[in-house]
Ligand binder design. Structure first.
Ligand code: PAF
Length: 304
């Protein structure tokens, strides 16, 4: 079936309804466009889980703060269409902001607690914007499954929580972070990096790997695990916004003077020039940083 491009909510809703009415299941991969192979791995995985896949391409203004990169966020509709066509996507939704937000809109979906720390601390309102747009997309599409990447680990937890709390009938799948050969996580924001910055960015996976090795050798002191990452970032002159150990489910931070348990989220945000990159691993769960085999390791949950 050929790829259909919709730019209005009503066209997209009709197209999604038609797919479901024909007895096909519908999967959703929400994105902000500028698709790279990390996104396409999510799409390929969604295609294994549902008979048709819709991809949204929407740079959501409500998840950007006033001094963030909304206006320069990469956009490439033609390239995105080509990639989606090549990967068997059925529907693309690329709406203008006015389709998603009425001029007098006044509703936000707020997930409390989970959004206090990590990226939520430095980006107030960010996860309200994410939770709101994801809820709207679910409301328009009515997908039976949706796929999110583990690179945005806090976002994944927020989406899982809102689906559980609002009793939404969609199953959320978490896809492993897709990485470059040197371990850097794929991100649309990598496009901002100069060659020199790209080299320095290797400190991020190096630090995470050091912490993983240290954890595998039995290290449990939070401060030592955290400093494995901070030291690598420091040597490469990357500014650490945060490097935090937290419970992988509640995202409650582990006291620096304390010890981690059998699993711990190790998450970071770092700045290289004006570019902000995030990454994470779950110690005790992940033992290597590898380029994922598309979808083979994705995990699904109805609630969690
Ligand atoms: O991860 C993203 O690209 C965005 O946060 C999402 C989930 C598409 C919501 O705008």
């Amino acid at each position: 079936m050929s790829l259909e491009l919709c730019s209005t909510v009503s066209d997209f809703r009709d197209a999604c309804d038609a797919i479901r009415a024909s007895g096909r299941s519908l999967g959703l991969v929400p994105t902000m466009g500028a698709l790279h192979s990390g996104h396409m791995a999510l799409v390929d995985y969604a295609r294994q889980q549902a008979s048709s896949v819709a991809v949204s391409l929407f740079v959501n203004p409500t998840q950007f703060g006033p001094n963030e990169d909304l206006s320069r966020y990469p956009r490439d509709l033609a390239g995105d269409l080509e990639k989606c066509e090549a990967h068997g996507v059925s529907l693309i939704f690329a709406p203008p902001a006015s389709e998603m937000y009425a001029s007098d809109e006044s509703t936000r979906v707020v997930v409390r607690g989970l959004t206090d720390g990590l990226c939520g601390a430095a980006r107030p309102g960010h996860f309200d914007g994410v939770a709101t747009i994801v809820t709207k997309l679910f409301a328009v599409v009515g997908p039976s499954i949706a796929v999110f990447g583990r690179k945005d680990y806090q976002q994944l937890k927020v989406v899982q929580r809102l689906v559980r709390d609002l009793l939404l009938p969609v199953r959320i799948f978490a896809h492993p972070t897709v990485r470059e050969a040197d371990g850097l996580a794929l991100s649309s924001r990598n496009a901002y990096l100069t060659q020199e910055q790209r080299q320095r960015a290797r400190a991020i996976p190096r630090g995470l790997l050091r912490a993983m090795h240290s954890f595998a050798r039995g290290e449990r002191r939070a401060v030592v695990l955290r400093d494995s990452v901070r030291d690598e970032l420091g040597h490469a002159h990357l500014e650490a916004e945060y490097v935090t150990l937290a419970d992988p489910e509640s995202l409650a931070p582990v006291e620096l003077g304390g010890a981690v348990g059998s699993t711990a989220l190790l998450a970071l945000a770092a700045r290289i020039g004006s570019t902000r990159l995030i990454d994470n691993v779950v110690l005790g769960e992940e033992t290597a940083l590898s380029v994922s085999e598309e979808g083979s390791k994705a995990e699904g949950s109805e609630h969690a």
